[in-house]
Design a protein around this ligand. Structure first.
Ligand code: MG
Length: 322
């Protein structure tokens, strides 16, 4: 083979590997205005899937599922949803909880995809959150893969309370990690982004705010709040969403789900669908027969999972070269 042919082959190989690994392609993420951008400043939209609460579906928190979701489902981001309060959540089983989250985080680093460390709570646990995120930032803060989500869905706390909590947790992350993206929760299940937009956190960079939707429940008013927040300059990240009702159950509203996907794509907002679990409900993507270690056959995946995989494959072109 001629020297030029070797060079062309090498360039092709590098291109394929780089495209297949979003972190190699985009590097350290930043926020520019309302937009998530790459290390070089190009707009980035991440699309992926959230694991279910680790305390109820620990069986899926392993390297095998990360590989399947990265390679077969084309996810560029995954979300490890570490339950905090209920049952064997972080407050009761901190070491076990951390070890499951770390399984997913380390497998995602190996796969070259982004991963969200999600404090999956509906209530404030300030001291526990500070200690946990301080340790995560110390351990993983140099990896471009890591995104911190410091409060999944506040329910009863006002924005003033969530803001005060968030600033404290942000400080404990920034002591060890000056730059990785931090996702801040919005009150009322991440729906009150309009209130946050009027009074965002100042003095810290690379913050984004979460908006969550369930398409059969959340209609016009939530689009309006999202549009208002963007107009006011609030960077949004949809770290949880799905096609059915907010309970996670009931029929899928395909029309409104498509409307949400179109809205996010138009505004270049990253999105994540809920969830990898096998509960008997619409939003849990897997059947009880699904292997704990991934490599799922279509007949082991429920409708919401098949549709989510189809949407991610359609839009996540950064993974196309695999
Ligand atoms: Mg960092």
């Amino acid at each position: 083979m001629k020297k030029s042919a070797y060079i062309i082959l090498a360039v092709l190989l590098i291109t394929v590997l780089t495209n297949a690994q979003p972190v190699k392609k985009y590097g350290h993420l930043k926020v520019d205005g309302t937009q998530l951008v790459s290390e070089k400043g190009e707009p980035v939209v991440l699309r992926g899937i959230s694991y279910g609460w680790h305390n109820w579906w620990p069986r899926f928190y392993n390297k095998g599922t990360v590989k399947t979701l990265s390679n077969d489902w084309n996810c560029s981001v995954l979300r490890a949803a570490m339950g905090v309060g209920p049952d064997s959540g972080y407050t009761k089983e901190p070491e076990w909880s951390k070890s499951l989250v770390m399984n997913v985080v380390e497998a995602a680093i190996d796969e070259g995809i982004y991963v969200i460390i999600d404090w999956h709570s509906h209530h404030i646990f300030l001291d526990e959150a500070k200690e946990f995120f301080s340790e995560m930032a110390k351990t993983y803060g140099d990896h471009p893969n890591i995104i911190y989500e410091i409060f999944n869905e506040p329910v009863e706390d006002s924005w003033e309370d969530v803001k005060e909590y968030s600033v404290e947790v942000i400080k404990s992350i920034r002591e060890h990690d000056p730059d990785n993206i931090i996702l801040v929760g919005s009150p009322h299940w991440d729906q009150d982004v309009h209130i946050v937009a009027d009074n965002p956190i100042v003095g810290y960079s690379n913050l984004m705010y979460t908006l969550h939707f369930y398409a059969a429940t959340h209609k016009e008013y939530l689009f309006e709040r999202g549009d208002y927040a963007l107009e006011k300059g609030l960077p949004l990240f949809v770290s949880e969403s799905a096609g059915m009702e907010a309970t996670g159950n009931g029929p899928i509203d395909y029309e409104n789900w498509t409307k949400w996907i179109d809205w996010m794509e138009k505004n270049q907002i990253s999105w994540i669908t809920w969830s990898i679990a096998d509960k008997d409900e619409t939003c849990s993507m897997l059947k009880k027969s699904a292997d704990s270690n991934g490599n799922w056959k279509d007949e082991e995946i429920k409708t919401s999972g098949l549709r989510t995989r189809e949407l991610i494959k359609k839009y996540n072109t950064c993974k196309d070269s695999k």
